[in-house]
Design a protein around this ligand. Structure first.
Ligand code: SF4
Length: 343
């Protein structure tokens, strides 16, 4: 079947919320796979993507795992179904490949909470400080960063720095507070950023859900910036310690297969439920907050993916000098502690 033979391909509408007009039918999935092969492209999907996008992708995982898969892929083109900073990270680690994102407007409120100019000003106020940035940052901010971190290794990264050296930690205030509490470090300055989606997973909701389901496990995902408010609350004792499992994506799926619990409460973006239910269909997985859905992630619609494959858009560019500096900060992140696994 060619694109023109398939009626669904002509129906793409560019509206205020993104590209719409195409249903995720089996014909759509066949067309996506055909076009990907024709482009010598591999399709990567973040765990928080729409289920149909996850199901049509070649690989599903967290941003770091996907960036590593992108770097090792034989294909010359990477279709990154996720938000923009993630596609930039893939480009930073695969500078010779073409990296496409189905809708470049898919941003991230956490990454947008600090830009390069703001970081330059902050650094000028603390000229001797080392900058530690969570991976949810733009390539330009990574390029001004000494060490990136994930929420899995943020404590190890900060602990590896000379205790007398000031640290600027950005952009997530919840993760920063968690790191400060665990390391006991006073000379750490924390940027007041947050993810608007996960700011919605609050202590009251966690406490109420845990009380209503006393036998359930609570899985808190430490990757992607998406569960850092829950991580903070768990550390503050809002929910019993023995029920809380702080897990990467891969760890969460392994734990789902291994747990004896009949019910698991999941404190992260609700897209994660799709992979968990596939991995352990006998368990009742419930979102701690079922409104914790990232509107940016959901901009990667069936229509957007189809348009991307048809037109070769939107291409992700990172200036070579920025990419080189950013790559160093990402490579330091990978070498310290456990930066978190992927799928
Ligand atoms: S859920 Fe939050 S941190 Fe994750 S991509 Fe969306 S806005 Fe960014």
């Amino acid at each position: 079947m060619t694109t023109t033979e398939w009626a669904g391909a002509a129906a793409i509408v560019d509206g205020p919320g993104g590209y719409t007009g195409v249903e995720a039918t089996p014909e759509w999935a066949d067309e996506v796979r055909r076009l990907a092969r024709a482009r010598n492209a591999t399709v990567l999907a973040h765990n928080y993507q729409l289920p149909a996008i996850q199901d049509v992708a070649d690989h599903v995982g967290d941003s770091l795992a996907l960036s590593r898969i992108a770097a090792e892929a034989e294909e010359g083109t990477i279709i990154f179904c996720g938000v923009h900073f993630m596609a930039e990270t893939a480009k930073i680690l695969s500078p010779d490949k073409t990296v496409l994102i189905p809708d470049e407007r898919a941003g991230c409120s956490l990454a947008d909470s600090i830009d390069a100019d703001q970081l330059r000003e902050w650094k000028a106020e603390h000229p001797d400080a080392l900058v530690v940035s969570y991976v949810n940052t733009t390539a330009e901010v990574k390029g001004l960063t000494d060490i990136c971190c994930t929420s899995s290794n943020a404590v190890d990264v900060v602990a590896s720095i000379d205790p007398d050296r000031e640290v600027l930690f950005l952009p997530d205030q919840f993760l920063g507070a968690h790191v400060k509490r665990v390391t006991g470090r006073e000379n750490i300055h924390i940027w007041a950023g947050e993810c608007h989606v996960h700011a919605g997973i609050n202590g009251d909701e966690l406490t109420a859900k845990a009380k209503a389901h006393p036998d359930a496990d609570l899985f808190v995902h430490p990757e992607c910036g998406c569960a850092t408010s829950a991580l903070y609350l768990a550390g503050e004792g809002f929910v019993p310690d023995d029920k809380v499992k702080i897990l990467s994506t891969g760890g969460m799926i392994d734990a789902a297969r291994a747990t004896g619990a009949k019910q698991v409460l999941v404190a992260t973006e609700i897209g994660m439920l799709h992979q968990l239910r596939k991995a352990a269909p006998g368990i009742d997985f419930q979102a701690v907050n079922d409104r914790a859905s990232c509107p940016y992630m959901k901009m990667i619609t069936p229509a957007a993916l189809l348009r991307c494959l048809q037109e070769g858009k939107d291409e992700v560019h990172v200036a070579p000098d920025v990419a080189e500096r950013a790559r160093l900060s990402v490579q330091r992140m990978i070498s310290i502690g456990n930066p978190g696994s992927g799928e």
